[in-house]
Design a protein around this ligand. Structure first.
Ligand code: ARG
Length: 458
């Protein structure tokens, strides 16, 4: 007989059990479910709704069940429907009629809202920790590469010389925003649903502030009708993960390009590369490719839950049971992606000579020549034109603009003086505006991220 079977005269069909059950996946919530029930029964006792002795028996029984699950001794039965009823049924088996009092002043609607919310809140913190470690890797690579030149690109075309440190710190900036998003979501959703019961609250004299305190929430939710059907916390983590994976995927794309023979900017370590089953010479960037690929399902999980939620009238509807699998999937895949991304970055070789060689293709210092001429009082449009001629000369000679001699440059415009330095290094160093690529600016950025990490680690 089901725990809710009182009004039914026929057993549920087996097909219904299979279709209806969330147990195969919501097992994942057993810790949160047991902790929530212990907090709930302690509150019921404090309020005189059950006796202290009953609360103690319930707690002992629940802790016993926790051990059974952890030791793989728990008998899962799909006809129990979900983790909440599986645990409650086992509690009644273990401690008898006292177990039947646990569900006083509670519904599975606030129970699942509590369990899932707490599970998601913990994951928000887990992500924020992982992201800090990743940012640390960007900072460490940056420190070693303040003067490592590579072609900065726009439209995937060589544009201006920048440092590899500067490039890495662009990613540190993105992932810092991700860190902040997970923390923001944690703060906003740190609200206790327990005691909302089915939808309207309860006539029992419960104390929601007590369970708020014992479960470590900031405050009880203000409106129960909203709380039992609110899945914003789940949508937020799905969005946070989507954004995080989008950032990881952009980097992954660059790592894939950089490890081609055409670029050869980096060499992925053997530990984090894979081979081909037919071509013995191959070393493949499966790690960044999988990260890029997994980004797709992260977006899919977000879209799926947004779509589930969009037509739901208040309050709880069974549709929301569809909230969990996508979140579990996104969390699992993103956590491992960020971890392996960090290790792959830490162990990759940076081929500075190839980056420098690439800088000599595409006349990266053309803007520098135009800027120089402007400083000599020549209007920008004219400077642009003169520079175009210099580029044409370099092209004719089959060399890079940065390799033209001063005499050759002066043959184009005699206003060019001895003070012109079109070297790649000078170009990078001269970009000193705030937030730019010059070494002193990059050092500021490194300090900024180090300060951020120090503050967040304290
Ligand atoms: N397994 C359900 C879920 O995940 C738990 C809540 C069920 N509530 C109900 N009234 N049927 O959403």
């Amino acid at each position: 007989m089901k725990l809710w079977g009182g009004r039914f005269s026929k057993q549920a069909a087996k097909l219904l059990d299979e279709f209806n059950a969330s147990l195969p996946f919501d097992k994942e919530l057993f810790v949160e479910d047991i902790e929530g029930s212990i907090a709930h029964s302690a509150m019921l006792a404090k309020q005189g709704i059950i006796s202290d002795e009953e609360a103690r028996k319930i707690k002992d029984g629940l802790l016993e069940i926790k051990k059974e699950i952890e030791n793989n001794e728990f008998k899962w039965d799909i006809s129990d429907e979900d983790i909440h009823m599986a645990i409650e049924k086992r509690l009644i088996e273990l401690i008898g009629d006292t177990g039947k009092k646990l569900h006083t002043a509670r519904s599975r609607n606030d129970q699942v809202a509590l369990d899932f919310r707490r599970w998601v809140l913990k994951r928000n913190l887990e992500f924020s920790e992982k992201i800090k470690k990743l940012i640390e890797v960007f900072v460490n690579i940056a420190k070693e590469n303040i003067n490592t030149l590579l072609p900065g690109m726009t439209h995937l075309q060589h544009a201006q010389p920048i440092s590899f440190a500067y490039h890495m710190l662009a990613y540190a900036s993105m992932f810092k925003r991700d860190y902040e998003r997970f923390i923001d979501s944690f703060e906003r959703n740190n609200i206790n649903p327990l005691g909302c019961a089915a939808l309207a609250g309860t006539p029992h004299n419960i104390d929601r502030f007590q369970t708020t305190k014992s479960l470590g929430f900031k405050t009880p939710s203000i409106n129960c009708l909203d709380t039992v059907s609110d899945r914003d916390f789940a949508l937020e983590i799905l969005f946070n993960i989507s954004m995080l994976m989008m950032h990881a995927s952009r980097l992954a794309e660059e790592m894939i390009l950089w490890s081609t023979s055409e670029f050869s900017y980096i060499t992925l370590s053997d530990e984090y590369s894979t081979g081909s089953s037919i071509m013995p010479q191959k070393k493949n960037p499966d790690v960044p490719e999988l990260i890029r690929g997994k980004t797709g399902r992260a977006y899919g999980n977000l879209m799926a839950l947004l779509t589930v939620m969009k037509g739901l009238p208040l309050a709880y509807n069974k549709d929301t049971q569809e909230d969990k699998e996508g979140v579990f999937d996104s969390v699992k895949n993103a956590l491992i992606s960020i971890e392996i991304l960090k290790e792959t970055l830490k162990t990759m070789r940076i081929n500075k000579a190839n980056m420098l060689k690439a800088c000599k293709k595409g006349h990266l210092t053309a803007t520098d020549l135009a800027d120089y001429l402007v400083k000599k009082g020549i209007p920008f449009r004219e400077a642009h034109h003169i520079t175009g001629k210099a580029v044409a000369l370099a092209e004719n000679k089959g060399i890079d603009l940065s390799e033209l001699s001063l005499d050759e440059l002066r043959s184009i415009d005699e206003r060019i003086g001895d003070d012109l330095d079109l070297s790649l290094e000078n170009s990078m160093k001269s970009r000193k505006s705030y937030g730019a690529t010059a070494p002193e600016r990059v050092k500021e950025q490194i300090e900024f991220f180090e300060e951020f990490l120090k503050e967040k680690n304290d």
